[in-house]
Design a protein around this ligand. Structure first.
Ligand SMILES: Cc1cc2nc3c(=O)[nH]c(=O)nc-3n(C[C@H](O)[C@H](O)[C@H](O)COP(=O)(O)OP(=O)(O)OC[C@H]3O[C@@H](n4cnc5c(N)ncnc54)[C@H](O)[C@@H]3O)c2cc1C
Length: 350
């Protein structure tokens, strides 16, 4: 197998969050030569994520059109990565949705009329039948088919796997240091046919992608010490509570638009704790182990950005997965690799 040292690569991947990691594995499966450059996760939304793959989300109970295909591809990919990286990276998780608005009840009923919705969405449970200790005045329902990816372990094991094969460079790739030509790109002594940015929200600062219709939001969450009062299921009730392991639970997240503020602020921490108390009024105050955050990069039309820069055929973007990276990532990454191999990737339109 040729490796990065040969300096003639198929792909130069920038960013090793969830998406860059998935791309590295898909590229390896396709027999492509690649090098991955990451700045040490200095700004990785993936490390703030709960890793939930929730089929139906938000007030609208929305789901991507090809939900069944996305779920199947994602589960297959996480199973194969669990083997390759020798760690259990995915677990199916029953989820409970506690209704907080009348509109959600209507949307739930409508989704249950579709074939996939009838299979994955449980019927309305009347008030008083939700998880113990949680008020559910509008009732609740069960969501099946989803699960949880251990994103932190996936990133950490992938990093070790890349390092072991000499395919990782830990540094920041500055746009000025990347030389782009029609047939390929050059960076730091390496030549590749295509440079792919998987840099999360940072890609919006690159000239080639600045004009794309980004939808950005800052998200913060708390890591709590898990106690016996917390339900075993993932609970979505405006905020989400999900076990991370036997000792820790994730509670969040916010959607904020003050992107310039980078720290995890005390007001948000307090607001999250207040929300926790209203969801679990009888429970003891939780112990906060960590307060984490990151910027979600989504696209206004919805689907992620997966294509070439409009005027640079050797520069591509695989980004804009919003709050659904775990579900959308595997399918879009596989399709991107196929597009690269078939030479059918097309320019992204601003
Ligand atoms: C609070 C919160 C909760 C979330 N919960 C979920 C969830 O439960 N389920 C879900 O599916 N999604 C969730 N998401 C969204 C999820 O985080 C994203 O969809 C996904 O992880 C984005 O991954 P990424 O690889 O595109 O970007 P990132 O994780 O941001 O990775 C980008 C990487 O590139 C590096 N980088 C950037 N620029 C450069 C450069 N020039 N040179 C070198 N390296 C660079 C960064 O440091 C980072 O390591 C959540 C997001 C937030 C903020």
């Amino acid at each position: 197998m040729r490796h990065a040292a040969s300096s003639s690569l198929d792909l130069l991947i920038v960013g090793q969050g969830l998406i860059g990691s998935l791309l590295a594995h898909a590229a390896a499966d396709a027999g492509l030569d690649f090098l991955l450059v990451d700045d040490g996760h200095q700004d990785a939304a993936s490390l703030a994520a709960a890793g939930l793959m929730t089929p139906y989300t938000g007030r609208r109970f929305s789901a991507p059109e090809n939900l069944d295909t996305l779920l199947e591809t994602a589960k297959r990919r996480y199973a194969s990565l669990s083997e390759r990286l020798d760690a259990p990276l995915y677990r199916p998780q029953p989820m409970i949705r506690i209704f907080t608005l009348d509109e959600e009840l209507r949307r739930h009923a409508r989704q249950r009329q579709t074939a996939t919705g009838a299979r994955l969405l449980g019927p309305l449970q009347l008030p008083g039948h939700g998880p113990a200790g949680m008020p559910d005045p509008l009732g609740s329902c069960r969501i099946d088919g989803g699960g949880q990816v251990d994103v932190a372990t996936l990133l950490q094991r992938t990093r070790a796997w890349l390092e072991a094969s000499g395919r990782l460079r830990q540094t920041r790739l500055e746009p000025d240091a990347l030389e782009l030509e029609t047939a390929g790109c050059h960076w730091n002594g390496h030549t590749a046919r295509l440079c792919v940015l998987c840099t999360g929200h940072q890609a919006r600062h690159w000239d080639a992608f600045r004009a794309l219709p980004w939808r950005l939001s800052r998200g913060q969450a708390l890591v709590l010490r898990r106690d016996s009062a917390m339900p075993d299921e993932v609970v979505h009730a405006g905020r989400t509570l999900a076990a991370l392991d036997d000792n820790r639970a994730w509670f969040g997240a916010t959607y904020q638009h003050d992107l310039d503020r980078r720290d995890s602020d005390p007001e948000t921490r307090q607001a999250l704790l207040d929300d926790y108390r209203s969801l679990f009024p009888e429970a003891p105050s939780p112990e906060v182990l960590d307060h984490i955050g990151g910027i979600r990069a989504g696209s206004r039309p919805g689907p992620p950005f997966a294509g070439l820069a409009s005027d640079q055929p050797a520069l591509a973007l695989l980004d804009g997965f919003g709050s659904r990276g775990t579900l959308l990532g595997p399918w879009h990454v596989d399709r991107f690799v196929q597009g690269f191999m078939n030479k059918s990737l097309i320019p992204l339109k601003p």
